[in-house]
Design a protein around this ligand. Structure first.
Ligand code: GDP
Length: 461
């Protein structure tokens, strides 16, 4: 695979001013080169230090001028994040200072600037992490909520890798039974019991399908709940959108139908991340532009994880409300009765008698009344739909497609078995399934796939 002989360095903390910054150097020259720009106050030079120890001293440039006082930590191969000799320099966190220190480090001819994700890529190539764990590192960095962190942590700890390894183990056991029988058909070896084989594969399929179903959870945790605010014009959708997103993004007017397109925003409501869409109102219209918006809003209802369906309490429910109700999937709809401040006697909820939403909340978006109740309802919904599974989850499209390939290969093996085809056909399909699982964990994967995975990391990780 790829070359690992050179030594790399990068700023591991964000660019900008802060209390401190960390510059990370990894590779076979990391320690020896550090001797050139570190002057210990009392302790040892980096090359004399043990792994997992640190030393306080001065960072000096090639002209022996002191640039900063720093703490230098040494990690010795293989006991480091990358599996290589690694040095971390903790310096003061000014943008100028940290860049100057990094430039001095890079003035060593043996050291070059790290590419995005290259430290983690090296950890993967050196066998410190599986590919699924490495991907979780990126998720951990970008996690924007408590549950998203828990989820990334579960993956980082190798839960998915362990689960996939269990599947691979079962496939290998079946393959080895088949191989023994195929290689020595004349020996006194009990024949393959196709019933037992069928049961084993059926169980495997069901376990793999269960893992596959975690994909949606993972997506929700990573990206947030795709949430649509729906309702006929003028019920207060834009006002609610603005309250929830905390800014004036949608145009709020008294003229029905002013929200013509889908506006999207990622917001945090309590501990839940929402990708919030404010759609054009669902109603009959002759206006072409608006019609497009309406069609889009209906398709966004189908794709949504959660719908906040808004109804106006200050007026009777109408035929248009009924049209919306007919389109709403009950199991992902929270009914929001808005304008509770102007609630009228004409308002009757009879239309909704046969509709069982997830929850019903009364609010006044304009006065921002009872928004915490709405928040609590959303949090309860999210807790049911996006709780990290502790025994592994499918985190992204790459993993999903590998698992899908493995699933259809096991299904093919099972079909071949039930059609009474030669056991060779079963073996070929199971081989393909094992291969797909090895690609998922990164144990058998091309450089191109590895490069694509690490491209989404930041430099310094
Ligand atoms: P949309 O067409 O559904 O997006 O509705 P808007 O958010 O544009 O609101 C339509 C009108 O209803 C505006 O004049 C809002 O100020 C008003 N409105 C929105 N929410 C409330 C509310 O809770 N109480 C009252 N009294 N008026 C509201």
């Amino acid at each position: 695979m790829q070359h690992l002989t050179d030594t790399i360095a990068a700023l591991a903390t964000p660019h900008g001013s802060g209390g401190m910054a960390v510059i990370r150097i990894s590779g076979q020259n990391a320690v020896s080169c550090s001797d050139q720009f570190f002057q210990p106050v009392r302790g040892k030079l980096p090359s004399q230090m043990q792994g997992y120890t640190c030393s306080y001293g001065y960072f000096i440039n090639p002209d022996h001028e002191i640039l900063d006082d720093v703490v230098l930590t040494v990690f010795k191969n293989p006991h480091s994040y990358t599996g290589e000799d690694t040095v971390e320099i903790s310096c003061h966190g000014g943008r100028f200072l940290s860049q100057k220190i990094l430039r001095t480090v890079l003035s060593c001819p043996q050291i070059r600037l790290a590419e995005a994700g290259e430290f983690t890529k090296r950890a993967f190539l050196n066998g410190k992490l599986s590919l699924t764990q490495a991907e979780a590192v990126a998720d951990l960095i970008s996690a924007s909520g408590e549950n998203a962190v828990k989820y990334a942590r579960t993956l980082r700890d190798g839960a998915t890798f362990r689960k996939i390894s269990e599947f691979s183990q079962i496939i290998l056991e079946i393959l080895s039974d088949l191989a023994v029988w195929a290689d020595y058909p004349d020996e006194d070896i009990p024949g393959v019991d196709t019933n037992i084989l069928g049961v084993k594969m059926q169980q495997l399929l069901s376990d793999m399908n269960q893992l596959m179903s975690s994909y949606d959870y993972g997506r929700i945790l990573r990206e947030g709940l795709h949430t649509v605010i729906a309702g006929k014009p003028n019920v207060g959708k834009s006002t609610l959108f603005n309250v929830l997103s905390g800014c004036e993004r949608s145009i709020v007017t008294d003229i029905a139908g002013t929200t013509r397109d889908v506006v999207e925003e990622q917001i945090r409501l309590g501990d839940v991340i929402l990708r919030l869409s404010d759609t054009a109102g669902v109603h009959h219209t002759a206006d072409t532009v608006e019609k497009i918006g309406v069609e889009r809003s209906l398709s966004s209802l189908e794709q949504a994880d959660l719908i906040l369906a808004v109804f106006d309490m200050s007026a009777p429910l109408s035929e248009e409300d009924k049209i919306l109700l007919d389109k709403l999937p009950q199991d992902k709809t929270i009914i929001v009765y808005n304008k509770s401040d102007q609630s009228s006697n004409d308002f009757n909820q009879n239309l909704l008698l046969h509709f069982s939403p997830v929850e019903t909340v009364e609010i006044s978006a304009k006065n921002q009344d009872h928004i915490t109740e709405l928040q609590a309802a959303v949090e309860r919904f999210a807790a049911r739909h996006a709780t990290p599974a502790e025994d592994g989850m499918i985190a992204n499209e790459r993993q999903r497609s590998c698992l899908e390939n493995a699933l259809s290969a096991v299904q093919e093996a099972l079909d071949a078995l039930s059609m009474g085809l030669a056991l060779d056909a079963v073996t070929v399909s199971l081989d393909a399934a094992a291969d797909a699982l090895l690609q998922l964990t990164g144990e058998r994967v091309t450089d191109k796939v590895v490069d694509t995975v690490f491209q989404r990391f930041c430099v310094g990780k």
